[in-house]
Write a protein that binds this ligand. Structure first.
Ligand code: ADP
Ligand code: MG
Length: 294
């Protein structure tokens, strides 16, 4: 039988915009010692903007952006939305056939018979694009600027690097500090590059050794497992399709209300306010509810 107090706790959570799947989740919240945060859409707004496009000699950057944007138009990823929007601002997007995507990797599609691949280096390589020294140098230059750098290839030939970036939510730094004041270890886990991840971590007070960057979706769940094997009791907070396995693996999965359905379904708790302060509220609510029961 469920103690009535736990049910009251879940009701109080709902009033705060914290949707708790079952009374057990509230009980598990009390045992946490580690909070793992996804970056994009969790610590940051997840609304990306296009900063610029750099193309190889002989390729028009606007044309590379147009092709990439037409393909990205078929993806829900925040990066995709920024690229599609910037491309649409230049002119009508081309028709795409055979769209495919790898969450945490990128997208591909065919435009007038040409195969356009957009995403991280490993995704382009997996699709048969040869990335030469020039490509790697252009990627490194964009990342050194603190941007998330997205590569574009056409029929296997590298063409351009598109830089995008988003902003840290106004509330993130204070919320992370609240969690740390409660003795919790806060970890940043992201598929994005090390340079962006370190910059964000520094701005919100996460220690450099607690930044796990460049992590593939399947490895996000493994990162949770390794923390658990080291004896940590872990909450994962995320919003993306790529976060779902990690949300399910964590002792407690917490999804942003603005997140994808897949993330929300995998989570034990959903934060309707999309705010990390609500993680502290859930922890405090759990402590209070359980002390009332005893
Ligand atoms: P995060 O952990 O920050 O939410 P993701 O796992 O969603 O990041 O993505 C990791 C990386 O995969 C991105 O930084 C990007 O390089 C690449 N990627 C994923 N989806 C796309 C896309 N639709 N277009 C371009 N690149 C993508
Ligand atoms: Mg995310």
């Amino acid at each position: 039988a469920t103690p009535i107090g736990l049910l009251v706790g879940t009701g109080r959570g709902a009033q705060l915009g914290i949707l708790i799947r079952g009374p057990q989740a509230l009980e598990d919240t009390r045992k946490l010692d580690t909070i793992v945060l996804d970056k994009t859409g969790t610590v940051t707004t997840g609304v990306m903007t296009h900063l610029g496009t750099a193309a190889v000699d002989g390729v028009d950057p606007a044309q590379a952006l147009a092709l990439a944007g037409a393909v990205e138009h078929h993806s829900e990823h925040p990066i995709a939305q920024a690229i599609a929007k910037a491309a649409a601002a230049q002119g009508e997007l081309a028709q795409v056939t055979g769209f495919d995507s790898d969450p945490g990797g990128g997208v591909l599609g065919f435009i007038e018979g040409r195969k356009v691949v957009v995403g991280r280096a490993s995704w382009l390589a997996a699709q048969g694009t040869e990335l030469d020294q020039q490509a790697m140098d252009m990627l490194a230059a964009a990342e050194a600027e603190g941007a998330t750098a997205i590569l574009v290839s056409v029929d296997g030939a590298f063409q351009a690097v598109i830089s995008v970036a988003d902003k840290i939510k106004d509330s993130s730094a204070a919320a992370i500090s609240e969690l740390q004041q409660r003795g919790l270890r806060v970890v940043l886990l992201t598929g994005d590059n090390k340079s962006v991840a370190s910059k964000v971590a520094a701005q919100v007070g996460i220690k450099p050794e607690d930044v796990f960057a460049g992590v593939f979706p399947a490895d996000k769940a493994k990162a949770i497992t390794s923390l658990q094997e080291a004896g940590r009791v872990v909450a994962m907070v995320g919003d993306g399709v790529n976060d779902a396995p990690a949300l399910a693996q964590a002792d407690l999965g917490i999804a942003m209300g603005s997140g994808t359905d897949v993330a929300i379904e995998a989570a034990d708790i959903t934060l309707m306010g999309n705010d990390l302060h609500q993680v502290t509220q859930a922890i405090d609510l759990s402590a209070k509810t359980l002390s009332t029961i005893k």
